[in-house]
Design a protein around this ligand. Sequence first.
Ligand code: PRP
Length: 179
Amino acid sequence: MASSPPRVFLSEQQIGQRIAEMGQQITHDYPSGPLYLIAILKGAFMFLADLARAIKTPTRIEFIGISSYGKGKTSSGEVKVTKDLDVSIEGHDVLIVEDIVDSGVTLTYLLNVLEQRKPKSIRIATLLDKPDRRMRPVEVAYVGFRIPDEFVVGYGLDYAEDYRNLRDICVLEENVVAP
Ligand code: PRP
């Protein structure tokens, strides 16, 4: 049992409002489809579900799995694809859908992998951005919220695989243990 509930940092309503705005912007920027939404497992699954419904342009939904070696991610970029795309993205508009950009190592690696597959265009949409943590510069076209360096969970984000199903994004206080 958690000793106290996680503190709400971004409410379900705030998240929904911002995603509606992001969806409008993306719809405007991509008037014709199909737009390939590529979500990075697992954290982006909930953002993908809501963002996809906020975009009016015809989309294709794809998932990719990325894992880092060991616990701490470093700027050495020790990451690999654990679940690859099922389709070719050659000649298509691609939007990578990410829950959070932290060090930038994951996206630097993924951009490099996907650019080799010759998409027509490739951009990034992230719900959260922690610029203070950046080790690799990454150009992010669509950012939901820029946040300080706090440990956030919920709305897809986990702590040791817990909390992904919270509707709000919450800050995990130090005295809170996983349920
Ligand atoms: C998290 C998050 C991003 C990545 C960002 O994934 O979902 O994919 O870290 O960090 P970076 O910018 O420092 O590379 P995680 O490896 O925790 O996996 P998960 O999505 O399955 O929780």
